[in-house]
Design a protein around this ligand. Sequence first.
Ligand SMILES: Nc1ncnc2c1ncn2[C@@H]1O[C@H](COP(=O)(O)OP(=O)(O)OP(=O)(O)O)[C@@H](O)[C@H]1O
Ligand SMILES: [Mg+2]
Length: 328
Amino acid sequence: MSNDQAEGLKALLPQEAATRLQSLRVADGRATLVLDATGLDSSARSALEAAAKQALSGAEGVAEVRVAMMADKVERRIIAVGSGKGGVGKSTLATNLAVALARQGRKVGLVDADIYGPSQARLLGTEGQRPVAHDSKLVPIASRWGVPVLSMAHLSDPGQAIAWRGPMAAGALTQLLEGHWDGAEILIVDLPPGTGDVQLTMLQKFKPAGAVIVSTPQDLALMDATRAMELFEKGGVPIVGVVENMAGYACPHCGEVSDPFGAGGAEAAAKTMNQTFLGRIPLDMSIRLDSDAGQPPAAGEGPQAQAFADLARKVGEWLDGGASKAHP
Ligand SMILES: Nc1ncnc2c1ncn2[C@@H]1O[C@H](COP(=O)(O)OP(=O)(O)OP(=O)(O)O)[C@@H](O)[C@H]1O
Ligand SMILES: [Mg+2]
């Protein structure tokens, strides 16, 4: 990268982008800009981003333009999505909860706290992108769904096994959580399964405002969900409620709804634990296919999107009303 090249590109920027420019770097034909988005709403941000991109694309030596936005500080609260048991749909739930909240006008970011098995880059379609650092803090990657994200998947190569010890994993999590989240009022954190170092760091250091517990309807998943609820409660983190995922399978051929994993178990478990039941997300082939393709179902239309929208509304209301609404 040459300084002259960066200076030359700065001169091409429209006035507003130039005023808001925090940094501009060029490497391997890729120009990366960090802009201060303080005070801009989302349409003004998009317009600023588009104008900056347009001004630089086609400039000599620039094959690609990336724009990262940093915004003013707002009060930010963390909602952790946890389960105890693996594979019940935490990551899917976290993505779609975040996307649905963004659709409802909330400023929301997503942290993938699964250091060893990150999935949010795939789920949000941001694979292969690398975050820039500004003031030694990571700038979240903008996704197409209005939800900025930070995940280990953006910092390591796909398929690369991360054989870190607990303290290093906890350090990585800290980097993700301490990124430039200044514009986000809600940070959804996708937790890995279990009750290890990452979860402990999360609870002790970052004090989530609340936890959403995901369970499938099976007894075993429910037992693990109960354990997860106990972990959060012991850590002083209020439970927003329990979501039953993979509930009720609608046959794509005849439409008949069956319950491969049983039904209503999570609702009953929530009741037993004196917790709010936040609703059901159906077991649906399109949820898996769209998720794998980086196209969050919550961004679409139809019953799946509706189920996530309902969940997001309840979580949003819980945040607006404070923890007092957690135990009706
Ligand atoms: N409601 C659903 N309908 C259909 N498939 C689903 C649903 N929820 C999740 N899945 C699929 O189930 C698999 C596991 O989901 P996901 O990765 O979200 O679980 P997880 O709890 O985050 O897993 P891990 O514990 O490994 O982090 C994925 O292939 C996902 O697409
Ligand atoms: Mg996961």
